[in-house]
Ligand binder design. Structure first.
Ligand code: HEM
Length: 266
């Protein structure tokens, strides 16, 4: 959903500062909600008791959870409003919407892993894995917000909805908390930190930049769009360039092809 990106020699600008700040805020608020929420859910465990005491007692924990929940609600609503405004008014590409190509890419990669395709699917600005992860976290976040708001004002809510709504919201909120936590802790953290492709960590959402090499691996279609070439041209010219550098490091062809690559496309 971002506007155009900037390319330098080997590093590409991927996220603007507003997106970096937003992600930092989400990490902070989600961390606060998990610590204060899970310590209430498992209030009998030694670790929860220790955390509750460190945070100043259960009343503080509940208050911080509700305050963080309110900020989280505002952050998610702002995120959605900006996305809708950007797409409708400023004509951003809806780069995170799931399309048929994402389903095809998922099938393509299964075929690749069992040796039926020569190379993995070429990703656009976001790969199909990133899109599935994004929508999983977003829908989980919206469920947490809705059930959290119902739990916040039970008396008011039951003036309009049946009394069973509150215990149902409690079960939903409590169990979805674990699901969202596991999606983030397992799937997202694995992909961002422990996956062999990015280990020790994909820093792009903190630095705003990504290496051109990583871009070629994961987002070939987006790289080709930025460099205004076809994906095949990117792969062919890169293969030719690495062949030339290999020959140069042999001491042969020293004068050929020494001009530096593009430093900026914008
Ligand atoms: C997305 C991250 C969130 C997580 C991981 C989370 C987790 C939890 C957990 C585990 C509980 C304890 C449930 C139990 O006792 O079994 C809880 C309670 C609660 N949560 Fe959340 N929550 C989140 C977001 C929110 C939001 C966005 C709101 C409000 C808008 C909210 C409001 C509440 C309220 C009101 C309670 C009842 C606790 C009390 O009585 O003070 N939560 N949460």
């Amino acid at each position: 959903m971002e506007p155009d990106t900037v390319i330098t020699r080997t590093v590409i600008q991927r996220f603007r500062s507003a997106r970096i700040a937003e992600h930092g805020l989400h990490i902070f608020l989600f961390g606060a909600l998990v610590i204060t929420g899970i310590s209430q859910k498992y209030h009998g465990s030694d670790l929860s008791l220790w955390l509750i005491v460190q945070m100043g007692g259960i009343d503080w924990v509940r208050m911080v959870h509700r305050f963080a929940g309110l900020l989280f609600t505002l952050a998610i609503c702002t995120h959605l409003l900006i996305a809708v405004f950007g797409i409708v008014v400023r004509r951003w590409q809806p780069a995170l919407l799931i399309s048929k190509k994402d389903i095809d890419d998922a099938v393509h990669n299964v075929r690749y892993y069992i040796g039926l395709e020569p190379r993995p699917a070429s990703g656009g600005r976001f790969t199909y894995e990133q899109k599935f992860e994004y929508w999983g976290i977003l829908t989980g976040g919206l469920i947490m917000i809705l059930s959290g708001l119902l739990l916040w004002k039970p008396v008011l809510v039951t003036r309009f909805l049946p009394g069973e709504t509150i215990p149902a919201a409690k079960v939903l909120h409590s169990n979805e908390a674990l699901v969202v936590f596991l999606i983030i802790a397992g799937w997202h953290i694995y992909n961002a930190i422990f996956s062999p492709a990015v280990f020790p960590m994909n820093m792009s959402i903190f630095t705003g930049t990504i290496s051109r090499e990583r871009m070629k691996e994961d987002h070939l279609l987006e790289l080709a769009r930025i460099e205004r070439r076809s994906p095949d041209e990117v792969l062919r010219e890169d293969a030719a360039e690495s062949g030339r550098s290999a020959r140069r490091s042999d001491g042969r062809d020293a004068e050929e092809g020494d001009s530096p690559p593009e430093t900026s496309l914008l």
